[in-house]
Design a protein around this ligand. Structure first.
Ligand code: ZN
Ligand code: ZN
Length: 365
């Protein structure tokens, strides 16, 4: 979809939902709508999208050239710059005129929303998340291509992991190598590097520490970055230093099975909650339900966590083009944790798993 038609569709959807105008500040929503990856600053940059009228992008004078050079400028979006002592909130108010309900992007800084509220005292403000999220949640072929490239890049990092993992190295040292590999494989930014060795693996969002790896450790490696396109990767694989204990292996087989069953259940028409139930059911059957302490997955695109969430009870129905993680995990405090994560896209008749790197436990000797 080109920018103009996305903007028109979002605007008309907003109007159907009783929202008279949208205000979108720098972030994934702005990038999605205009292609402009604006720097979030204390100065206001804001897309003004009044229903039934042409959109205007307000930028500080010193961002004018950057905005013109961005896809937003190249596609002819009306860009208006203001000077250091001008009041950009008043400028937006003038563009909007009298307006009843304004939707703001969910990542707008509180300071900016408060300034809009005092500039437009008779206007009521609501979240634009429901409107824009509806569009962002269903990816175009171009977006899926970008997510596929991101997945292949992070797969390549996982293939290099065995070179980085050795007894005597710290999580931090491994993370530094992983960070470099994330950039070397085509990402433009490292978003997160989780190296959970031994008992640290039991904390799902443990990042890194100075813990020294020992023979016999299992290691959770959950890594992701942003590609130049803005689309993101996120993939978890499990490693072990030497041969793991039998109990670990037994649990790993159960998790592996739960993850594949959940992925294979992905198709149009089923609810997100159902995918979660499949993963949870497979773990429960092996007595591991208590150890699975988080949701099964999250949508991914221009943000690492976005709609749809693969959450127990969610009745959001899967549609072709939705992209999300399937990442059940089980955690045993004081011992270890394990998680397997792929990014999956809903196709017309099923699913495509974007990550291709093996799901086997990688034994590093
Ligand atoms: Zn992850
Ligand atoms: Zn994830």
């Amino acid at each position: 979809m080109d920018m103009t038609s996305v903007l028109q569709q979002v605007s008309s959807e907003a109007s159907k939902m009783g929202i008279d105008a949208l205000l979108v500040s720098p972030g994934a929503d702005l990038r999605y709508l205009t292609g402009y990856d604006a720097t979030p600053l204390e100065r206001l940059t804001c897309l003004v999208l009044p229903s039934g009228r042409d959109p205007v992008l307000i930028v500080p004078e010193l961002e004018r050239l950057a905005a013109y050079a961005s896809p937003a400028g190249k596609r002819g979006l009306d860009i208006r710059a203001y000077g250091e002592i001008d009041d950009p909130f008043g400028l937006v108010a003038d563009i909007l005129g009298p307006v009843g309900v304004v939707g703001v992007d969910e990542r707008m800084w509180a300071k900016k929303l408060l300034d809009f509220q005092s500039t437009l005292p008779r206007t009521s403000f609501t979240s634009a998340g429901g409107v824009i999220g509806k569009f962002r949640m269903v990816k175009s072929h171009e977006e899926i291509d970008e997510l596929r490239k991101a997945a292949h890049a992070i797969d390549e990092v996982h293939r290099r992991l065995p070179d980085f993992i050795r007894p005597g190295r710290t999580e931090m040292q491994i993370a530094r190598d992983v960070g470099e590999a994330i950039l070397a494989t085509g990402h433009s930014r490292v978003d997160f590097v989780i190296i959970g060795s031994g008992p640290h693996g039991a904390s799902p969002h443990h990042e890194v520490s100075d813990r020294v790896l020992r023979q016999g450790d299992s290691i959770v490696v959950d890594i992701g970055g942003t590609m130049p396109s803005g689309y993101r990767s996120d993939c978890t694989r499990m490693y072990s230093l030497g041969e793991p204990q039998q109990e670990f292996l037994n649990r790993y087989y159960v998790l592996h099975d739960a993850q594949s069953r959940a992925v294979e259940a992905v198709k149009p028409g089923v609810a997100c909650g159902y995918i979660d139930r499949v993963a949870r059911g497979a773990l429960a059957a092996a007595g591991l339900s208590e150890a699975f302490i988080h949701r099964t997955g999250h949508g991914i695109g221009l943000e690492t966590h976005e709609d749809p969430y693969i959450l127990s009870g969610s009745d959001v129905i899967l549609q072709p083009g939705m992209a999300f993680s399937v990442e059940p995990g089980v955690y045993f405090p004081g011992e270890y944790g394990m998680r397997i994560e792929d990014i999956v896209v809903v196709t017309d008749d099923g699913f495509e798993s974007l990550n291709q790197v093996t799901h086997d436990l990688i034994e590093v000797s």
